[in-house]
Write a protein that binds this ligand. Structure first.
Ligand SMILES: [Zn+2]
Length: 91
């Protein structure tokens, strides 16, 4: 993940870690059709579509992995944060 998408946006993007140090939570926006990224919720310059908000979480966050079925297998390849972004999965 490029540091280009790092941004502070008030309390929502800063969590307190156990050690009391603020931890950045990355938020960026992607066009669901073209996957054009932006750090603001602006319309996609290619298709004019609405970008969706993405929160890929920290490096060790399980939302970076695909959904895991009860049998322990990955269900598809899309990470959980993307499924949430496009509304395929509840937050
Ligand atoms: Zn687009």
């Amino acid at each position: 993940m490029s540091s280009k998408f790092m941004r502070l946006n008030g309390q929502e993007t800063v969590r307190q870690t156990v050690a009391g140090l603020p931890e950045l939570v990355e938020i960026f926006y992607l066009c669901p059709r073209c996957l054009e990224p932006a750090d603001e919720p602006l319309p996609c310059p290619r298709c004019g579509g609405e970008r969706v908000m993405c929160r890929p979480g920290a490096a060790n966050d399980p939302v970076r992995k695909p959904l895991i079925a009860a049998t322990g297998e990955f269900r598809g390849r899309a990470p959980v944060w993307w499924l949430r972004a496009i509304g395929a999965l509840a937050n």
